[in-house]
Design a protein around this ligand. Structure first.
Ligand SMILES: [Zn+2]
Length: 125
């Protein structure tokens, strides 16, 4: 899945890194909130999932018996824990492992800010 942290993800929403930079500078110069979260808010996107509707909550991997497992936690830590860079542990021939996604709990999965049913909470991070 393309995420907003990548130029491709941004482009899907019609944004460019340059565009964001310009928006932030304009707001900053005007003395208004100019953080990246403010950008998403101003454009009606959920701050938590950045309009992606889902959050990465862990990884999917294949265990020693070839059974696919999903586990929640920080992805990089789990990749290390299960030696997922080792080809014998790969999910399939082409994929080492995959992210585990969960519907964003802040926007209820619609990617919008704010939504009447799920008013966005202040970002904890
Ligand atoms: Zn969301």
């Amino acid at each position: 899945m393309k995420r907003l942290s990548t130029p491709e993800g941004l482009a899907r929403h019609g944004f460019t890194l340059q565009g964001i930079k310009e928006w932030r500078k304009k707001e900053y110069d005007a003395g208004r909130p100019s953080g990246i979260d403010d950008f998403f808010r101003a454009h009606g996107l959920c701050v938590k999932c950045r309009g992606e509707r889902t959050l990465v909550v862990g990884i999917r991997r294949r265990d020693a018996d070839g059974v696919e497992r999903a586990e929640k936690g920080p992805s990089m830590g789990l990749v290390e824990k299960y030696s997922l860079e080792n080809p014998t542990n790969w999910l399939n021939e082409t994929r080492k492992w995959d992210y585990l996604y969960e519907t964003c709990h802040v926007c209820g999965g619609n990617g919008k800010y704010p939504s009447p049913e799920h008013p966005n909470l202040p970002s904890a991070d």
